[in-house]
Design a binder for this molecule. Structure first.
Ligand code: SF4
Length: 376
């Protein structure tokens, strides 16, 4: 399947009116080679790009979900020092890997990583599988991540499609349908597949040893991260602008067509800092909820429209943060045990600051802990 047969481009009405933007095999070839040579010159030197170790690449891909490269860098370096192999991850204490993940959020990711490592250990003798279906069957690995691992680590022509790639492809090919719609999404996967397959066709004067599927997929990701950004893309320096329908047709603002944005919801919480003989009351979040197994100060959700100060409590600090569509305000109070105990259902623990620092907290509660430590 190395010929691209599309003669009409996608579903953007403007693109369809203009035959100059039809997708021809020649254009696809030039597009792929333009991206590959741009990537050779402009790729960032990221530590997980200096290896073909599927374990290291897998960890980077999971950390990079919903998280920026600059945030991930120190986490990845520390993780690879502390848990450098599948075996060490399979055998690590859950508290250790939670602590290493602390601050990255979406903690289901780290639990799935360990579950998958244990499965690889038991089912594949500790060797990371190199078949797409086997990679896809691992916990926490979806079609995108399986495609990324198989292409980057094993140079297989497996497509990838995440937010960055969707943005790049919808703009280049003038795809006007909503990428979440079944047909548009299938179309995008098909295109991503045809492109990476094209990349594996050896180009003249190119070594057969060049891992072109790996580089091509990374070039799509890199273009989305550095050039074809959500706002104000740098079209002037884009290596594929002459093939880009959005650029040619002035459709950049319209693509990708993500439909109506969900409106943000405000949520407000009170957290209680309670001290007794040098120890503080905390609780561990149960299994099956967001941030499961992490620790937190006793807290409760309150009516966001009512300004309330709890009885016998003194404001300590306020933390604002966002999780998906929620805008959260967490107000911490130095309070008596009565305010706090109603939130802990008997499962609270009294711990010293030194003990608390060894536990994993969600980011907002970690900030309360940092303020507490700074106030001492
Ligand atoms: Fe994105 Fe602009 Fe390049 Fe098109 S020309 S791919 S919109 S950066």
């Amino acid at each position: 399947m190395n010929r691209i047969e599309h003669q009409t481009p996608m579903s953007a009405p403007t693109a369809e009116k203009n035959p100059a933007h039809s997708v021809t095999p020649v254009k696809i070839k030039r597009l792929v080679s333009g991206l590959l040579s741009w990537f050779a010159r402009h790729a960032r030197d990221l530590p997980w790009r200096r290896t073909r170790d599927p374990y290291a690449i897998w960890v980077s891909e999971i950390m990079l979900q919903q998280t920026q490269v600059k945030t991930v860098l120190p986490y990845w370096e520390r993780w690879m020092r502390e848990v450098p192999t599948i075996e060490s991850l399979a055998k690590a204490r859950p508290e250790k890997i939670h602590k290493l993940w602390e601050g990255l959020g979406y903690y289901t990711r780290v639990r799935n990583l360990q579950q998958a490592a244990r499965l690889i250990w038991e089912k594949h003798g500790g060797r990371f599988p190199d078949r797409f279906d086997e990679v896809l069957a691992l916990p926490g690995i979806g079609r995108y991540t399986a495609g990324a691992i198989c292409s980057i680590a094993f140079n297989q022509p497996t497509p990838i499609l995440d937010g960055n790639v969707i943005r790049v492809l919808t703009r280049i090919f003038g795809i006007g349908g909503n990428p979440r719609d079944k047909n548009t999404n299938a179309r995008l996967w098909q295109l991503a597949g045809e492109l990476v397959l094209q990349a594996t066709c050896p180009a003249p004067r190119t070594s057969h040893l060049t891992p072109r599927a790996s580089r091509f997929n990374q070039s799509l990701m890199e273009l989305g991260a550095l050039v074809c950004t959500p706002r104000r893309p740098k079209c002037a320096v884009c290596p594929v602008k002459k093939f880009c329908v959005a650029f040619q047709e002035n459709l950049i603002e319209e693509l990708p067509n993500l439909g109506k944005r969900t409106t943000a919801t405000h949520r407000r919480f009170h957290a209680y800092v309670v001290e007794r003989r040098g120890k503080f009351l905390v609780r561990q979040r149960p299994a099956g909820v967001v941030n499961a197994h992490l620790w937190e100060f006793p807290n409760e959700e309150i009516d966001p429209d009512k300004v309330q100060v709890p009885n016998n409590a003194r404001p300590f600090c306020t933390i604002k943060h966002s999780i998906t569509r929620y805008r959260i305000t967490l107000e911490a109070f130095v309070a008596d045990a009565v305010s706090a105990k109603k939130c802990v259902n008997g499962d609270g623990r009294w711990l010293t600051l030194t003990e608390l620092k060894k536990l994993s907290f969600p980011s907002a509660h970690k900030k309360i802990l940092a303020s507490l430590a700074g106030a001492r």
